[in-house]
Design a protein around this ligand. Structure first.
Ligand SMILES: *Cc1c(COP(=O)(O)O)cnc(C)c1O
Length: 394
């Protein structure tokens, strides 16, 4: 065996012996409440397609229409010759949706975080993250070269301690380092909410800036699905609003909404934007249709249906998991702890026709393995009854 192959095998064995080996599972149907896996029809509680838009006719038709008019590929990065009419329209619609001056889209949420933090921060700055922010923000923070500090999840006292430490650096006579706080509004693996009003008050008091990742709130929370910042009436005070187009909005990609100057700076400095081929017309078209739908009367009806299912799901999981808290989002974890046990439970559920993924390190902390259940507007009450019965049988 070559030394390279030997290295790969050894690394894989280490992953396996920790109960952390992952494999791709092929889905042979469109995304939806029912999915086909290995010839088996499963009731799906794993998707972030909260409004059931990923396979909605309006989005599919919009994608096809864009292909017919503008072709399959986008040809180049946006700054070369790939900035198409559909991208500008999507960004106008996003800015309108979020009530900001401007917006910029990226090919993924991951590359949004990488490009944005890299554009705004350098080694003389301070970045402060909630302990549970998404991996893309952690990677982006490290890559930016800024000094990284982490506060305990949703713990404002801990955040204040770090902000005071940042203030002290000013008093020592140095130029004031910029402090940027990053949190999610709805946390991706726990489904809980950040205390936005208190957080905004605190960051204003210390003159820090806030980047808010609304990946799991956009389309879901607030009037017309505009997000939790709008619902809490703090959107105008959030310097950088981030989110994805690939969850409730049913397409793919990431965005930043904010002031015109913020967007102009990103166009000039965000390397994941500058050095990457523009998203294809079909995906931008689908995202526009997703936003339109989320803001329509049908969007309201879908959100109402979704929140009914959220209550059903919270009821089911809270009756089993003493550690669980009432959920304020479509995400409800059932904390198992042990990695191997979580995978066994997911396998047992799958054998009984239910698909809910075991989430393990590094997506969550070690010993924090869980089954992560999510609901969609397309789930029926009967689907949730089936989930309850199946969990009872485990
Ligand atoms: C999914 C997710 C991202 C990444 O978005 P992609 O478009 O999937 O790359 C970023 N932040 C959070 C909180 C997410 O859940």
């Amino acid at each position: 065996m070559s030394s390279f192959e030997y290295h790969l095998k050894e690394a894989l064995e280490n992953i396996s012996s920790a109960g952390l080996f992952r494999q791709l599972r092929q889905i042979d149907s469109p995304q939806g409440v029912h999915i086909a896996v290995d010839g088996q029809r499963l009731l799906n509680f794993s998707s972030n397609d909260y409004l059931g838009l990923a396979n909605h006719p309006a989005l599919c038709e919009a994608a096809v229409r864009e292909v017919a008019m503008f072709g399959a590929g986008s040809g180049a990065s946006r700054l070369i010759s790939g900035s198409l009419h559909v991208h500008a329209e999507l960004e106008e619609r996003l800015a309108e949706f979020k009530g900001t001056q401007a917006a910029l889209t990226f090919s993924s949420g991951y590359s949004t975080a990488i490009g944005t933090l890299g554009a705004l921060l350098s080694k003389n700055d301070i970045i402060i993250l909630d302990k549970l922010v998404h991996a893309c923000v952690v990677d982006a923070a490290r890559l930016s070269g800024a000094t990284l500090r982490i506060y305990r999840h949703n713990d404002l006292n801990d955040l204040e301690r770090i902000l005071k430490w940042a203030d002290d650096r000013t008093q020592a006579g140095r130029a004031r380092p910029k402090a940027l706080i990053v949190t999610e509004s709805v946390f991706s693996m726990d489904g809980d909410l950040a205390p936005l009003q208190e957080l905004v008050r605190l960051k204003n008091h210390h003159g820090a800036w806030l980047m808010l990742d609304e990946a799991h709130a956009t389309g879901v929370s607030g009037r017309k699905g505009a997000g939790l910042a709008r619902q809490c009436d703090v959107a105008e005070q959030v310097e950088i609003q981030m989110g994805t187009l690939g969850k409730a909005l049913g397409a793919a990609g990431g965005y930043i909404c904010g002031s015109r100057s913020l967007i102009d700076l990103l166009i000039n400095r965000a390397r994941s934007f500058i050095f990457s081929t523009a998203p294809v017309p079909a995906v931008a078209g689908a995202a526009i249709a997703g936003i339109t739908l989320a803001r329509s009367a049908e969007g309201d009806a879908r959100r109402e249906q979704l929140w009914n299912r959220v209550r059903d799901l919270a009821d089911i999981i809270n009756s089993r998991d003493a550690l669980s808290t009432i959920s304020h989002s479509p995400i409800q974890p059932w904390i198992v702890g042990d990695e191997t046990r979580a995978v066994e439970l997911a396998d047992e559920l799958r054998a009984k026709g239910i698909y809910a993924p075991a989430i393990r390190y590094p997506s969550v902390g070690r010993g924090q393995a869980r089954l992560r259940f999510t609901v969609s507007a397309d789930h029926t009450e009967a689907d949730l009854v089936q989930l309850r019965k199946t969990l009872d049988e485990l």
